[in-house]
Design a protein around this ligand. Sequence first.
Ligand code: ACO
Length: 332
Amino acid sequence: MPYAAFRSIGAYVPQKVLTNEDLTKMVDTSDEWITKRTGIKERRIAAEDEKTSDMGTKAAQIALSRAGIAAEDIDMVVCATISPDYFCMPSTATVIAANLGIKNATAFDISAACTGFIYVLEIAKAFIESKTKKNVLIIGAEKLSAITDYTDRGTCILFGDGAGAAVITATEDKSEAIVDVHTASDGSFGDLLMTPNGGSGSKHDALDKEAAGCYMQMKGNETFKVAVRTLTQDVRDILEANGIQSESIDHFVPHQANYRIIKAVGDALKMREDQVVLTVAKYGNTSGASIPMAINDLYESGELKAGEMMLLDAFGGGLTWGSALVPFAPLK
Ligand code: ACO
């Protein structure tokens, strides 16, 4: 049976920086409140004409070049996004594939909000292990600024734009293999985080009349509590199922939603500070892009070495959640 190996990482962030100070001119908030409640200091905002696929393409180009794999050898492209270029079609994955010159590959998007990257990782692993695909490009890309209500202080302080990508390929070497990926959901909590308008549940002219309903709405405080509880249990489960102690994890890479959530989960799992990867202060919450963007920062800082074990975890709208045990396995 082939195994799936995590070969490379790449990311892209737009140039424009939106600081907490900038937000105080838009809504009734303060740098102190945002910093204390979320740990976020600034986030990146895409240019008006910069699409999710543009950011995903740039991240993917870096991941492909670092993997040393040609675009024509990719046989599947999966993009995690809740802010696709187009409402229904074409998918962002097919746009990215076309931008990269990838032809004839299976390409599709998945919608699992902030857990999106863990979902696409599980999909890549399953397709490779079943011998259906060999070289899979996975992407998390978001232009959340396009679906953020900048009059709602409860959400607009949280979100930012960006993209990350990774190349996952088949290997016969078990020591390189992604150890485990676990994903789950509970749709009964769907109303905690939603964009209520614009889908088949909306009236035909609702898009024009109720633009606000196309923006993200969140019951932040309830989401917070479910997130801490669910993530702690989920990470405990994946570690236990694989007989791995938290202290032996080299890098804990949680979804970057809120420093307080990361700290609460990290403390419950007895993670040391040096194990925990933090980018929330500079990028805010970039949903499906946040984990690959954080892995990319780790890689570019020289702290991610071949063979080191990453523990990923995420939680998001749906509700969805998931975790993964992933050794970094660049091609030799
Ligand atoms: N500035 C100042 N005050 C604010 C702001 C703001 N930006 N936002 C809310 N407040 C006020 C509220 O109105 C409330 O005032 P009140 O007590 O007078 O009613 C008070 O601050 C406390 O509000 P809470 O919502 O209880 O604040 P909380 O400490 O829960 O922090 C936050 C809010 C940051 C949103 C937090 O709940 C959170 O991070 N939740 C989880 C988010 C998350 O993980 N989402 C999942 C992933 S996202 C995705 O999938 C796309």
